[in-house]
Design a protein around this ligand. Sequence first.
Ligand code: GTP
Ligand code: MG
Length: 353
Amino acid sequence: MSDTENTEQKGLFSRLKNTLTGNNKDTQADSETVIEPRDKPSQNGGFFARLKQGLNRTRTGLTKGLARLGIGKTGIDDELLEDIETLLLMADVGVEATREIISDLEKRVSHAQLEDLDMLFQALQEDMQKLLGPVEQPLVIPENTGKPFVLLMIGMNGAGKTTTIGKLAKRFQGEGKSVMLAAGDTFRAAAVEQLKVWGQRNDVPVVAQKTGSDSASVIYDALQSATAKGVDVLIADTAGRLHTQDNLMSELEKVQRVMGKIDAEAPHETMIIVDASIGQNALNQVEQFHQAVGLSGISVTKLDGTAKGGILFAIAKKTGLPIRYIGIGEGIDDLRVFHAGEFVEALLSREED
Ligand SMILES: Nc1nc2c(ncn2[C@@H]2O[C@H](COP(=O)(O)OP(=O)(O)OP(=O)(O)O)[C@@H](O)[C@H]2O)c(=O)[nH]1
Ligand SMILES: [Mg+2]
């Protein structure tokens, strides 16, 4: 048996090699993917399985590529590291985060710490986890403060703000908290109706005014009402916007400011929602919104149906901002608290695990 065959028989590397299924072309994926909205968790067992399934496209991109790299190789050379670099860049891990991973791998190789491909891939997994570890900072809603915890949801059009609000309302209720929603998207005609539907599904009140009214005033009213009613969590929706739209960015500052009149600490969380499938643009959005209005957390949606899930590494490396939740589908239960270890494991695990 050759060295190559020997290596391929065991450990992580052979697991990766076995993952030779699926089609990873994002362009095809977009037209092929039909995601059925669903209220119930998928029937394929466990949360981890759902996460893994959600990350399918990014995962096959990485594992399939990595598996291919090892074929015919007996040792670790510069060419192999370069190929890994390319794969990471293709998954939108970004130049800086990729550089950090590859430099560490090079260092370990030069110190003869990696004896075979199996150890190399193990090191890769560790390095990926190390990048995400610092941004694993779940949102904590303090108990018994006597006032609503206010969550302001912002981001680009179609990023998933309203859907994430619906998912969060269910999550918080599940934790025994009372929830109210504020229809701060007064711009798009159907936005109020869309939020009301989520309100009905969760049986939570929605404070709204008619389309065209002042967003800050709707959210101010909602905060007054939530305070009076002793609601635990108020989640405010806002209209989608681009960081280049100065007037709309000032509107967000106004929303933040007027809330401060009722509670100097509100909003307690200004969370940007970014769509993973726009890749590096998601990083730009985070940076620009953070500069304009100050962010305290990030949620990344649509990790299902994209091969660009590596964008979390780029966002983590460049911004260091807490990643709170990840969206892996359109259904009400398709939202998870972000955990670095779990994310990397789901990303690099094989189909049958
Ligand atoms: N596949 C998938 N689709 C999602 C996810 N999150 C949201 N969506 C879908 O993305 C689309 C836009 O979601 P919305 O919640 O309306 O986005 P928004 O940011 O409120 O959009 P605007 O109000 O127009 O700015 C909807 O079809 C959602 O079902 C996710 O994690 N995965
Ligand atoms: Mg919306």
